[in-house]
Design a protein around this ligand. Structure first.
Ligand SMILES: NC(=O)C1=CN([C@@H]2O[C@H](COP(=O)(O)OP(=O)(O)OC[C@H]3O[C@@H](n4cnc5c(N)ncnc54)[C@H](OP(=O)(O)O)[C@@H]3O)[C@@H](O)[C@H]2O)[C@H](O)CC1
Ligand SMILES: [K+]
Length: 495
């Protein structure tokens, strides 16, 4: 099983660089390997003899560009190099790298840029510290304006390496060569879209160095949680695989609970029951088969059902209604100390009342699954949680504050645990933007926790399986299809 993919922030990357240099690898060697990887990517993209424009910035990213330009010229490409700023302002290893370049050095506003067949963007990498202005901005606009394919060195210039946000303006690359490890901007939007296809070049930084500098951020994928997936043995029987309880909305709002319930069953929960308000029993009874049904009249009804310890995982929220009774249901579930997934109305009912959730979920595995709007409403009045630029940081702070795993949905869903671990999910598909998709996700996560997965692994696995099911089904997907696609995804995973 491959190890989980570590994602490093700019500062973590710098520390990994420094540690490698301290261990005896000269920085210029790292830069030469980086530049070589860039030159190899150009060779794969453009035939020898084609015109390559390398646009270098004032820092080490620019240094990588100098190395690549020198190698490409030696290999028979017609290379022009354009520098932002002056050669005498170069610093660090970039000075050494520039010595190898025997050609002309043009300015970034040079019209010759338009004649290139392919552009190498070596303007800025992890050292970008502010929005691009002046000549830096002009350089990016000119590169984008040529309409030619752009290969980004490390990351597209103008993208913030840690947040994936555009700092004023950013290069739109068709491909990116990054070094040692991907950065958050290669997975978070819009940075992911600006990066194009991303390849990670090994420049001699050891995995244990990356692990030592890692802040606990990973790319979400089976390597992170496949080990935790339940593999039913011959002896296992339904009671060993847990019992998921899903609370239903009123008579005209029962579909969400059934979507969640079916997903929990499909992902392997041994038993699943819908807890239905009395007026919706008939509606639910008419549409349930393997999923069981119990009457549940508000918080008291839920309290009565939870006297049975076999109900070990709950889904609360979808279509429950935004009011005090829903908050009371959450409180009953929290005191029952069962694994818990809170979504939709169970979150929105706490709008402006997040302080009631401070540390509330420390005692049992809990996953909150807000989309951006629910997140902002829930934590309204908590700038410490809402203000950070980085979606990862916001999600981590919400997890630390509530004591729950927080899954902040989006095409770049972020999952964060109270202990600081976090993962970015990148297999999302636009097809998932359909009514009921979130209800299904709740059921997948609860069904996995019913089988014993810890909250973080259950949330990561649920998010990935949910997206994979959507991607496999493709156009025409409606939420009823998602749970039915899960067996195909599980077959792949459990092979
Ligand atoms: N292991 C690795 O990942 C390796 C990475 N390498 C490459 O090094 C860069 C990081 O190099 P660094 O010099 O730290 O940063 P940059 O090259 O990205 O740019 C920093 C310089 O740019 C100036 N700056 C920053 N923001 C702006 C802006 N908005 N406008 C204008 N200028 C800006 C900054 O100067 P300031 O003092 O003005 O901030 C710096 O001069 C990494 O991305 C890799 O490509 C190694 O070469 C190999 C190993
Ligand atoms: K760049």
């Amino acid at each position: 099983m491959p190890a989980p993919e570590i994602i490093l922030t700019a500062s973590e990357m710098r520390r990994a660089d420094a540690a490698t240099i301290a261990a005896g690898t000269p920085g210029i060697d790292l830069m030469r390997r980086a530049g070589r990887a860039v030159a190899e990517a150009v060779q794969a993209m453009s035939p020898k003899g084609s015109r390559i424009a390398v646009v270098s910035g004032p820092g080490q990213n620019g240094g990588d560009g100098f190395v690549a330009a020198t190698l490409l010229a030696e290999q028979g490409y017609r290379v022009s190099l354009f520098l932002l700023g002056s050669r005498k302002r170069l610093t660090g290893d970039a000075i050494e790298a520039a010595k190898g370049w025997a050609g002309k050095i043009g300015s970034v506003d040079d019209a010759a840029l338009d004649e290139a067949d392919l552009i190498v963007d070596a303007l800025f990498g992890t050292g970008l510290t502010r929005d691009l202005e002046g000549m830096a901005r002009l350089a990016v606009d000119r590169m984008n304006g040529t309409g030619k394919p752009i290969l980004a060195v490390d990351l597209p210039s103008g993208i913030d390496s840690d947040t994936g946000e555009v700092r004023g303006v950013a290069v739109k690359a068709v491909r990116t060569v990054t070094f040692a490890a991907r950065k958050p901007c290669h997975l978070l939007l819009p940075g992911r879209a600006y990066s194009g296809a991303v390849e990670v070049a090994d420049i001699g930084i050891l995995r244990e160095t990356l692990e030592a500098e890692s802040g606990g951020l990973f790319a979400n994928g089976p390597a992170l949680w496949r080990h935790a997936l339940p593999k039913p043995g011959l002896s296992s029987h339904k009671y060993e695989r847990g019992h998921t309880l899903v609370a239903s909305g009123g008579a005209t709002r029962t579909g969400a609970a059934r979507l969640a319930a079916r997903a929990a069953l499909r992902i392997g929960s041994g038993l699943v029951t819908v807890a239905s308000p009395p007026e919706a029993l008939g509606v639910n009874a008419a549409q349930l088969t393997a999923v069981m049904l119990r009457g549940c009249d508000g918080p008291e009804g839920l309290h009565a059902i939870l006297q049975d310890p076999r109900f070990n995982a709950l889904v609360l929220g979808p279509a429950l209604g935004v009011h005090a009774a829903t908050r009371a249901m959450v409180s009953v579930a929290v005191h029952a100390r069962r694994s818990l997934v809170l979504d939709a109305d169970a979150l929105t009912s706490f709008e402006g009342l997040a302080s009631e959730l401070h540390g509330a979920f420390r005692h049992a595995p809990t996953v909150l699954t807000p989309h951006g709007g629910e997140f902002n409403r829930l934590f309204k009045g908590h700038p410490d949680i809402l203000d950070p630029e980085s979606k990862i940081e916001r999600t981590r702070r919400a997890a630390a504050y509530t004591g729950a795993v927080v899954l902040l949905k989006g095409a770049d869903t972020v999952i964060a645990a109270p202990d600081g671990r976090a993962a970015i999910n990148e297999n999302g598909t636009p097809y998932l933007a359909t009514a009921g998709s979130g209800d299904t996700l709740c059921g997948l996560i609860a069904g996995l926790m019913a089988q014993g997965l810890p909250a973080f692994e259950a949330a990561c696995a649920g998010a990935w399986i949910h997206a994979e099911a959507g991607a496999q089904f493709g156009p025409g997907l409606i939420s009823e299809d998602l749970a039915e696609q899960v067996p195909a995804v599980l077959r792949e995973l459990l092979r």
